[in-house]
Design a protein around this ligand. Structure first.
Ligand SMILES: Cc1cc2nc3c(=O)[nH]c(=O)nc-3n(C[C@H](O)[C@H](O)[C@H](O)COP(=O)(O)OP(=O)(O)OC[C@H]3O[C@@H](n4cnc5c(N)ncnc54)[C@H](O)[C@@H]3O)c2cc1C
Length: 353
């Protein structure tokens, strides 16, 4: 068996994992990233303007433009009111952000990590993880490889794969699911439409390369039995897509609100959605991952040089964001009062952290 000593093993090659790996390399750390082949269709396309600053700080701006993002014209929502609330890009400082080619965006960030010198292993089957902080051993079956690492990072998104493997379950406060359909765009204007309805809410947007997406966010229970067929007719979303046609079979994605608190003495650190996964309504997941990953890398670099002050700050910041998020989420769902007697909206009012 080949034994390789590294400083950090990052699990997960989404935006958070790729940026952590790149930033640890920039600090001279030896890094292996264990990723997965992107066999599932990616969702999560809206990068608000706030996402530009972390990309620019990473020096990734021109790489980002190379992924052909579509400039968003704004957000139109029907939430708590039958009248539209419009947030046109022209009236927002910096504009309304972008709609992404998500696979291209994720691949760009992973490529940057590889270029920085992180070793990327895709679909390596981990057979065991043993050890303690500063002394981890990870065995990988097929390649007869043993990694020895000082620190581990959980960047596996909502799966929280490493956390669970090490015995920590995420705290879940909302079992939301997204039912996704990709379309040919049929000349849909590039703005996001959000529309509340009795059993959940709709999100739709145009995407780069002549495509578009609709997502029906609902409870898992209501998801069974294809909710969009019931809640589709008569919506503005349906009118928007009347000339479009689906291009792949529909599928669903977990969109739970959940978190794992980083424990500074645990020897591993969650980042991105693995640390705090937000409701897609916030459109904040990508920005938060891009912004918190460099902080996570700095925190781990600090602890490897014998100082855990930055890691403790990182943990405190995640906790602060989690509390802010829960308060905001409660307020936003309470603002929709038109369907308060349906199970979906009743459940949203009674969910507490
Ligand atoms: C329906 C829906 C709509 C969304 N819309 C938006 C939006 O419009 N704007 C926005 O900003 N955010 C949106 N989000 C959230 C956004 O997608 C996430 O916040 C973002 O992807 C988090 O990045 P991440 O790197 O932490 O996790 P992920 O992007 O989930 O990446 C995790 C990676 O880890 C890999 N992985 C999992 N298990 C393992 C394992 N055992 N070993 C190795 N690798 C593993 C996965 O394959 C994946 O590549 C949406 C989410 C959903 C579900």
């Amino acid at each position: 068996m080949r034994v390789v000593d590294v400083d950090v093993v990052v699990f997960g090659g989404g935006p958070a994992g790729s940026v952590v790996a790149e930033q640890l390399r920039a600090r001279g750390r030896r890094v292996v990233l264990l990723g997965r082949e992107a066999t599932r269709l990616s969702v999560g396309d809206h990068l608000p303007f706030e996402g530009a600053a972390p990309l620019a700080r990473l020096g990734a701006w021109s790489d980002f433009l190379g992924t052909s993002p579509l400039r968003s014209a704004g957000i139109c929502s029907y939430w708590g009111d039958d009248a539209a609330s419009e947030k046109p890009g022209l009236l927002q400082p910096g504009g309304a952000g972008w709609h992404l080619d998500r696979p291209a965006f994720d691949a760009m960030l992973l490529r940057r990590a590889a270029t920085a010198g992180a070793e990327i292993l895709i679909d390596a089957r981990v057979t065991s993880i043993d050890g303690d902080p500063f002394d981890w051993t990870i065995d990988i079956a097929a390649s007869e490889l043993r990694l020895r690492a000082a620190w581990l990072v959980d960047a596996t998104g909502r799966a929280c794969w490493l956390a669970r493997r090490l015995g920590t379950e995420p705290r879940v406060i909302d079992e939301l699911y997204g039912f996704v359909r990709f379309w040919n765009d049929a000349e849909i204007r590039p703005y996001a439409l959000i529309e509340a309805c009795p059993d959940g809410w709709w999100y739709s947007a145009a995407l780069p390369h002549g495509r578009a997406v609709t997502i029906f966010m609902s409870d898992v229970q209501q998801g069974r039995g294809r909710p969009w067929q019931r809640d589709w007719q008569g919506t503005r979303t349906a009118r928007r897509f009347r000339a479009a046609r689906p291009i792949v079979p529909d599928f669903s994605r977990r969109a739970t609100s959940q978190w794992v608190h980083p424990h500074p003495d645990a020897g591993w650190t969650p980042v991105g959605d693995a640390a705090l996964a937000r409701d897609p309504l916030s459109s904040a997941g990508l920005t938060a991952s891009l912004a918190s990953a460099p902080a996570c890398a700095a925190a781990i670099d600090g602890v490897l040089t014998g100082c855990d002050r930055v890691l403790r700050q990182y943990a405190a910041t995640i906790l602060w964001h989690q509390r802010e998020y829960v308060a905001t989420r409660t307020r936003v769902y309470a603002a929709e009062g038109r369907f308060s007697d349906t199970p979906f909206w009743r459940r949203r009012r009674t969910l507490h952290a």
